[in-house]
Design a protein around this ligand. Structure first.
Ligand code: CO
Length: 500
């Protein structure tokens, strides 16, 4: 009984911490959508202060309670036990970083992002390299603080995906590489598919309206969230009752707004699907970045780029964009949305070549963290990989090593979760099809509620009570198995390219 009181105190304090995090997230959302330019420096310091306050609150107020409760964990009921053990794992890790180091990292991250923006505009990697060098020095120091057995890179990977190691990612990619290469070769020997009609002028307002309709159909709850415009689409959540997505609208590319909204909508449904009664606790938080990405990818690709989905929306599309779709049928739109073609920019890459973009970034990070590559030689290494994997000659730094913001923010070890997300998505989708045998017909009729409910009940409801591999086992009955992705993509491309 006395533990019960202590656990209730823990719940209260976790809610306080979540309140603070919600305020921080709101500041971040505002920064990307509405904030006047002149506020950027002060906002950065306000956010850094709040982040440090949360870090301190968690260590001073929550950590001691967690340690007490963890020592009697076998006397707690099962969900309380899992919450306590997960909090302990996180705080054990967090307390390894000295406060001065956290501040230094926050400050360096702001400076490095600023340097990245400048170098990106100047299209010059060499300008950025000294700043990135400093960032990698700090990340190696961070890995030392955390500790590791085999590779310092493992300590960073674990921050985004519990238990993920450099050798695990290498194994997955070694398995995928020849398969994906073969698919790309097969595509290159096939008849090319025209996508011109998707790149004529398309009314921006109508595109926006269409994305709002699709979000609503997916089951996005607009009474507990909203959509806005930003340069880089993202999802953020202040609580389960307020989940924000952003999209970007490109006048000459319908797929940009549509698939950004669906992707972020998938992330948002996960956040809205967490149980409000678990606010602030691991059981009320998303499992991991890879599982989060699986929720966006499953809607974007497995659902949104499927033929039944396009069949359902074809009438809307034709009414909204009659000039663009004149004389087209759903199959042609489906084919155009699924073209596989090597390109320089990760965020607009297709479902197959995408993973070579991730593999390149993973190899860069691994080689630098394991001291086999110097930051100053990063761009050259990158370009050689793009040539090897996608036969592309990178000529501009901002089409190559400078294209992503992640490294400047210190997000090293993050990229692999993007590929893992697609692989989990395919595996979850196969299971969803088993559980809802009629799913294809439901999609074709624009009925997404069963599918959303399945995601709610199979994945969202568990929050962060289990690591991703345990959750995957629970949902699908087996560990992550990349063959689901391979058979999904081969089956789809057979239709797209008419392979027999
Ligand atoms: Co995403």
């Amino acid at each position: 009984m006395k533990y019960q009181t202590k656990y209730e105190e823990l719940i209260r304090k976790c809610a306080v911490s979540a309140d603070l995090s919600g305020a921080l997230a709101l500041m971040g959302w505002d920064q990307e959508t509405n904030m006047p330019k002149g506020a950027s420096e002060r906002r950065a310091s306000q956010m850094a202060t709040l982040a440090a306050t949360i870090h301190e609150y968690n260590l001073k107020e929550i950590y001691p309670l967690v340690k007490d409760l963890a020592s009697v964990w076998d006397e707690l009921e099962s969900v309380a036990r899992l919450n306590v053990l997960e909090l302990k794992r996180e705080l054990d890790k967090a307390q390894k970083l000295p406060t001065e180091f956290v501040s230094l990292m926050t400050k360096t991250s702001s400076e490095t992002q600023f340097a990245w923006e400048k170098a990106y505009k100047a299209n010059n990697y060499a300008e950025f390299a000294p700043y990135l060098e400093k960032m990698f020095v700090l990340k190696k120091q961070e890995a030392d603080y955390y500790g590791y057995t085999t590779s310092p890179y493992d300590a960073l990977l674990d921050s985004y995906e519990q238990g993920l190691t450099s050798s695990m990612v290498t194994t997955v990619f070694e398995q995928m590489k020849p398969e994906l290469k073969q698919i790309i070769e097969k595509v290159q020997q096939s008849e090319p598919i025209s996508t011109d009609f998707l790149h004529q002028k398309i009314d921006k307002e109508k595109q926006w309206q269409f994305t709002m309709k699709v979000l609503e159909d997916m089951g996005f709850d607009f009474s507990r969230g909203r959509q806005d415009i930003s340069t880089h689409p993202f999802t953020t959540s202040f609580s389960m009752e307020d989940v924000r997505v952003t999209t970007r609208v490109d006048e000459f590319d319908l797929s940009n707004a549509l698939y950004s909204s669906i992707h972020e909508g998938g992330h948002a449904l996960y956040e809205q699907g967490l149980l409000t009664t678990n606010y602030g606790l691991p059981s009320g938080q998303a499992c991991s970045l890879a599982v989060h990405e699986s929720q966006s990818r499953i809607w974007e690709n497995n659902i949104g780029r499927s033929l039944p989905f396009i069949e359902y929306y074809f009438i809307d599309l034709q009414q909204l964009f009659p000039d663009n779709l004149k004389g087209k049928d759903p199959l042609q739109v489906f084919e155009a949305f699924n073209v596989v073609k090597p390109s320089f920019i990760r965020t607009s890459a297709d479902e197959v070549t995408y993973h070579f973009h991730i593999l390149t970034r993973f190899e860069v990070e691994r080689e630098i963290m394991e001291n086999r590559l110097k930051v100053k030689d990063l761009s050259e290494f990158w370009n050689a990989k793009m040539k090897e994997y996608l036969n592309l000659d990178v000529k501009e730094d901002n089409q190559g090593a400078l294209q992503d913001v992640h490294w400047s923010m210190g997000a090293i070890g993050y990229f692999p979760t993007y590929s893992l997300g697609s692989f989990y998505a395919a595996q979850f989708f196969a299971k969803a099809n088993q559980s809802i045998p009629d799913l294809n017909n439901q999609i074709k009729a624009g009925q997404f509620l069963h599918f959303k409910k399945w995601l709610n009940e199979s994945i969202h409801v568990h929050g962060k009570l289990y690591p991703s591999e345990v959750l995957c086992q629970l949902v699908t009955g087996e560990q992550l198995n990349v063959n689901y992705f391979l058979s999904y993509i081969k089956e789809k491309l057979s239709v797209v390219y008419g392979w027999t």
